[in-house]
Ligand binder design. Structure first.
Ligand code: CMX
Length: 136
């Protein structure tokens, strides 16, 4: 498999409305997209830092993975997302090497990407996402 780059870093926040001004007014970055991903029970806000994106995540329900994360660990870095070429093959490969998959097949994520998560228990505590832009 080939990881081409870090696509984004996911950061869990209690409120997009409260967090966005830090990224815009203090760091001087532009929020270029806000999008709800119903499947993941999150609302997302995106910023670009060079080629890497920052994805702020706000839970849209109490049973959202992001709500659970904030309850346990507080706000902060939630996951790292790697862009891969051939997401299905990449999942098959890491699974065959003993990595536990959260998603056995890709689903649709923010910005039209195909996404799938690896379990943090298999990845030294870092929730890891693979993503592929099949529209490119
Ligand atoms: N990073 C590292 N560890 C995490 C974690 C995270 N983001 N989220 C949960 N964990 C750990 C917990 O601390 C816990 O560890 P311990 O057993 O040592 O206490 C363990 O994983 C189980 O956590 P839990 O709170 O009991 O939660 P669940 O098992 O119900 O779910 C997980 C955990 C990772 C399977 C679930 O959060 C998940 O499926 N995540 C993938 C989907 C997701 O996060 N979507 C939101 C973002 C979507 C987007 O970017 O669009």
């Amino acid at each position: 498999m080939k990881v081409s780059h870090i696509e984004h870093l996911g950061i869990a926040v209690k409120s997009l409305e409260e967090a966005i001004p830090y990224w815009e007014n203090i760091l001087g970055l532009e929020c270029y997209n806000i999008e709800e991903v119903a499947d993941q029970k999150v609302k997302t806000a995106f910023f670009k830092v060079g080629d890497v994106k920052i994805e702020l995540l706000e839970a849209t329900s109490q049973d959202s993975p992001v709500a659970k994360f904030i309850e346990k660990k507080g706000q902060g870095v939630h996951h790292i997302a790697f862009a891969v070429d051939g997401i299905e093959e990449a999942l098959e490969e890491v699974s065959s090497k003993g990595i536990e998959l959260i998603d056995k097949a890709p689903r649709k994520g923010a910005e039209g990407l195909d996404i799938a998560f690896l379990h943090p228990k298999s990845t030294f505590g870092v929730l890891t996402e693979f993503c592929e832009d099949k529209n490119k």
